[in-house]
Design a protein around this ligand. Structure first.
Ligand code: GAL
Length: 341
């Protein structure tokens, strides 16, 4: 009798689980281009913890290899269990083949942070991109810089123009070659400064692949040559700005009690990672532009059930910036406002 009762309750339990757990039985895979990227770490942690409320999630890291990522993606595309793929590409140009495969297998794809070419994205069925707006990130960096210098007039008539040449002498630290955020952030920051009336002079520039150590090594190599000329460092992200700060803090001229931007020059990043914000609070980094991944996660998690259930986009609450693309605006954070945030 006891045995029969036990079997019945087991049966009931599994039936219960089948109904109440069916939501979490949807399987979603997340592919991240590199596990060592600081910004993507915070982003994927939030994304996974949010998704895990409703789905089974598997995360794969490609460690910078597109062919490795292709294998990971193919495996999941062919898995019956898998309902949707979230892809942070290694190489944006690899999107085309992935889109073709996913479309032929009827699997929805959401690309995040690394943007496929517009035509590739449009060619697929149920393919979307969610990311930042790099043009406005660059413009907002220039706004923060202009708030610091006040105006070109003020800049050239003050000690802020280090070598008194009347030019805004800049070190520009770029992310990865070919990444949409690299070129667009850089170009828009420089163009907006010129619109404000500054005579911009790029002293030196380099790609440092979003990486803190690479940026520290880069500035270490060029610092002696340019140290008396640098008026400003513009970095495509916080981690590379922090690499410059790491270098300056090791110099014998470093004064712990003076804001770093007063002893040396302002350094501006993008992202507002937790380490970036800490550097603003410590008066080391002058400012940054928030790469709003919380909003991006919200857009992704709102889009997923629609795509999985073949729903309609008519009531989707976010507006597309270009066909199948949702891009979040940056938010300025600097010494002027971070305390009020
Ligand atoms: C950018 C971000 C960088 C880096 C890069 C990776 O949007 O600002 O810090 O994470 O994406 O693709």
């Amino acid at each position: 009798m006891m045995k029969i009762k036990f079997k019945i309750s087991l049966l009931l339990l599994s039936v219960l689980c089948l109904t109440s757990c069916s939501k979490t039985d949807f399987h979603i895979s997340l592919f991240i281009y590199n596990s060592s990227d600081t910004f993507m770490k915070g982003y994927s942690e939030l994304l996974v913890s949010t998704l895990e409320n409703n789905y089974k999630v598997s995360t794969y890291y490609a460690e910078g290899s597109q062919s490795y990522q292709n294998d990971q993606i193919l495996n999941e595309l062919y898995s019956e269990d898998n309902k949707l793929l979230l892809v942070n590409l290694v190489d944006r140009l690899a999107a085309k083949t992935i889109i073709e495969k996913a479309t032929s297998l009827n699997k929805p794809l959401i690309f995040l942070n690394r943007q496929p070419l517009a035509n590739d994205l449009k060619s697929g069925k149920n393919c979307y991109y969610i990311g930042a707006k790099p043009e406005s990130d660059g413009q907002l960096q220039a706004e923060i810089i202009n708030e610091y210098f006040i105006s070109n007039e003020n800049f050239i008539n003050s000690d802020l123009d280090k070598n008194k040449n009347g030019l805004l002498d800049i070190i520009l630290i770029k992310g990865e070659q070919g990444h949409q955020d690299t070129e667009n952030r850089s170009r828009n920051a420089i163009d907006t400064l010129m619109k404000y009336g500054y005579q911009v002079n790029i002293l030196n520039t380099s790609f440092c692949d979003w990486n803190r150590v690479q940026a520290e090594e880069y500035i270490a190599k060029i610092y002696d040559e340019y140290q008396n000329d640098i008026d400003l460092v513009i970095s495509n992200n916080d981690d590379m700005a922090l690499g410059v700060i790491d270098y300056l803090k090791k110099l014998s001229t470093y004064q712990k009690d003076v804001p770093l931007y007063e002893s040396y020059f302002p350094i501006i990043g993008v992202d507002a990672t937790s380490v970036g914000l800490e550097a603003i609070q410590n008066q080391e980094m002058y400012g940054t532009v928030k790469n709003d991944y919380e909003k991006q996660v919200e857009i992704i998690t709102t889009l997923i059930p629609i795509l999985i259930n073949n729903g309609s986009m008519i009531d989707f609450p976010f507006t597309m910036d270009s066909p199948n693309c949702f891009q979040t605006s940056g938010i300025k954070i600097s010494q002027k406002n971070y305390l009020n945030l």
